[in-house]
Every structure is written in C-alpha cells, then in structure tokens.
Design a protein. Sequence first.
Length: 67
Amino acid sequence: MTATYLVTGGMGCIGAWTLYHLVRQGKRAVCFDLNDDRHRLDLLLTRDEQEQITFVRGDLTDTALVR
C-alpha cells in the first residue's frame, strides 16, 4: 500500500516546499488549499512535476470536503 500525503496550505511557502520534497522523492501528494495561485509551485516544480500532485481547492473546516 502506497501512502498519500495531504498537504494543507500547499500553496503557501512551507506547503509548497513540502510538496516539492514529496514530489522529488516520488511520493503521492494531495494539495489542499483555499488559494489556487500556483506561483510558488511554478518556481519550484515543472509542469510535469505539478501534474503528479492532486489539487483540491477548499476550506479545511468543511468536513464534507476533507473526508
């Protein structure tokens, strides 16, 4: 079974760097954030690398989305 990592706030500074390291290590990652501005990820990862990430736009307090 392969682990999937949920990165909340993935569009922020710490979240983007976390996604960077997960992708570079070949891990499966889900980016969960209200923001959909990928400018930080564009600086760190290629488009091909970003395609390995599942992006979910939403509020962490919305329990229906988090399930």
